[in-house]
Design a protein around this ligand. Sequence first.
Ligand SMILES: Cc1cc2nc3c(=O)[nH]c(=O)nc-3n(C[C@H](O)[C@H](O)[C@H](O)COP(=O)(O)OP(=O)(O)OC[C@H]3O[C@@H](n4cnc5c(N)ncnc54)[C@H](O)[C@@H]3O)c2cc1C
Ligand code: SF4
Ligand code: SF4
Length: 421
Amino acid sequence: MTQDPITRAVACNLCTGCGACAGAFPDFITMVDDPLNGRRPVVADGAKAREAAKAAASLCAGTGADFTRLPQTDAIDRDWGPVLAAWQGHAADAEIRHRGSSGGAVTALALFALQSGVVDGVAHIAARTDDPRLNEAVISRDRAALLRGAGSRYAQASPAEALGAIAAGSERTAFIGKPCDVASVAQAAAGDAALAAKLPLTIAIFCAGAPNLNATEKLLDRLEVPKGARLTDLRYRGAGWPGLMQARWLDEAGVEQVSKGIPYAEGWGRILQADRRWRCRICTDHTGAFADISVGDPWHTPPAGHEDAGRSLIVARTERGRALIHAAIAAGVLVATPEGRDAIARAQPGLVQTQGAVWGRRLVMRLMGMPVPADRGQPLLRFWLALPARDKLSSIAGTARRIIRARLWRAVRVSARVVTQ
Ligand SMILES: Cc1cc2nc3c(=O)[nH]c(=O)nc-3n(C[C@H](O)[C@H](O)[C@H](O)COP(=O)(O)OP(=O)(O)OC[C@H]3O[C@@H](n4cnc5c(N)ncnc54)[C@H](O)[C@@H]3O)c2cc1C
Ligand code: SF4
Ligand code: SF4
């Protein structure tokens, strides 16, 4: 039997795990936490499920996104998506700033959108309370609920699963997610005016890649959390900038224990990033081109130590995004000073290199007969040509080696093998 397009996207390593397909068709498509392959959709058997998967394919930005519909005025817009203006700043609320991943700007802006009546709810992800290794999509309506999501989770998460609830309800909802999550939501809204009217604000966090559950297990080993312990908290970022990675668990007597904390640079650099999914390595939008606002780390003005007072780089990508940022600054909930429009490139030299390698990686995939995302409107060849010769070679030879070593041409088959706590 011919594969449906969602199962095919997963099988061909094109799925980002955004959750839009499952959110839109929850009766037929379910997201499962596969420890190796990530949080991925599984389509039920039967003709109705296949029809649902066909309809869901139109929402899927994992298989391709259309950047030609984004306005561009100059080279900055062409390289990074629309940049109307940029700031560096933080939440005025000290608790939000402290708990936020960088400066708590995402949470502060979302809370301001709620409190000023721009939206009635905010769709985002939060750690599951029954098993903090895993994440769930939630819709928050107050500060306490929003704070559950503050701090980046360097793990698989599918915020676009909230799409179904947003479409079925009558509330205006802000959406927070990674660039790939926002791209699918933008694609869904572009084809559905009623849904678009319910999504007056999208906020993307910058993203270099989402590690799998195996990576989380390695992190827990490094934190010396006993195997099988009942976790009560797992923090990847936040509590200062960039913040320590740290876990809490209940010992046999039911007493909460706190693990050692390891610096972000060690946790990400030596443990987590190696287990990013292949789809992340061929991702061409790490900074949220399709969002109204995108937020990342201002690494060009680095923190002093591991738990500094946080700051975020805040980018307005649309007029409504810029208006919300201006209003939040005027209301005193966001403390921010303007940056040049070239701030993303200065803050994220690593992402400039990452973008550059993608053309080479996709070329090798094509030559080996593997499908690649049908993205339109990005100057990938130009990014690649700007790379030093050594990086050009590595994007080709290194990719060929990786594809052969990991047998990436084989179909990905997803199974829910997670033993929940
Ligand atoms: C996997 C990953 C990779 C990242 N890579 C980079 C990078 O290369 N460069 C960079 O500058 N920044 C990166 N970030 C973003 C950065 O860590 C901060 O999220 C960003 O600076 C915003 O901080 P904040 O304090 O303003 O946000 P906060 O106020 O802390 O809010 C963060 C928001 O992000 C949401 N969120 C957290 N984890 C996820 C997730 N896995 N999927 C979807 N939504 C999530 C939360 O629900 C919350 O609403 C990454 C984040 C993640 C999750
Ligand atoms: S990228 Fe998103 S919409 Fe596409 S198959 Fe994966 S989870 Fe579904
Ligand atoms: S690197 Fe790209 S595809 Fe991977 S999680 Fe981040 S935004 Fe999504």
